[in-house]
Design a protein around this ligand. Sequence first.
Ligand SMILES: Cc1cc2nc3c(=O)[nH]c(=O)nc-3n(C[C@H](O)[C@H](O)[C@H](O)COP(=O)(O)O)c2cc1C
Length: 235
Amino acid sequence: MPDREPLDVLDAIHTTRAQRYLKPDPIPEDVLWQILDAAIRGPTGGNQQGWGWVVIRDPAIKQQIAEVYSERLLSAYGYGRVSDEELGTARITRGGVAEGEVGIDQRNRRGVVHLAEYYAEVPVIVAPVMQTAARMDDNTRRAGAGLGGSIYGAMQNLMLAARAFGIGSVLTWTLDEGTFFRDLLGLPENSFVMGLIPLGYLERGRFSQARRKPLGEVVHWDRWGEQRDAPESGR
Ligand SMILES: Cc1cc2nc3c(=O)[nH]c(=O)nc-3n(C[C@H](O)[C@H](O)[C@H](O)COP(=O)(O)O)c2cc1C
């Protein structure tokens, strides 16, 4: 594999984060195959592998995705509406704007808006598709967890493998309740696009460690609420 440097698995995990400034330069097809080959090593319930991976390079399709994505994302969450001044030190959250650790801060907001504006220019968008006809109308939490759980690990594999080739990615939402993506991509009935992953070499930024809540705050030992301070990670 000539296009990649050796990369320790923990280093890859720690430095695979949302990259939203991506160059339009093409990604070689053999690299895309290797990235997808890593994706499908991910887990699925009962090893059913009820997935399909649509690799989108057609400019006309990318353009349509870009238009729908930016309209839905920017209008649904107000990323475009909130200015840096209004946001201040707060973050955009699902519920609006709030102070705290969780949510999208000023810098990320600019990244989100940038990607929405340039989505059509990324060289590749991967659409991970689940086609589990029997369960698609089952709205229980269990079914939802099974559906997502049977592809999100593979999607993370895909992003980790991209990272190994120096390619940035970010998991984005489709915000699709209807059939737009099914029609656009000619998908079989009862299939659903579980997200969209743009891929590209980095235009800005670098592969750095993502910021998260303190580890000790989110880890519970034996029972919820039994917590300890985590050791320094040394990273
Ligand atoms: C279900 C899901 C949907 C997401 N949707 C979007 C999206 O539509 N647009 C976007 O720019 N990022 C999206 N993200 C990326 C998150 O914003 C990102 O993972 C989070 O901010 C952490 O980024 P970091 O790893 O760089 O810290 C999504 C992530 C997930 C898991």
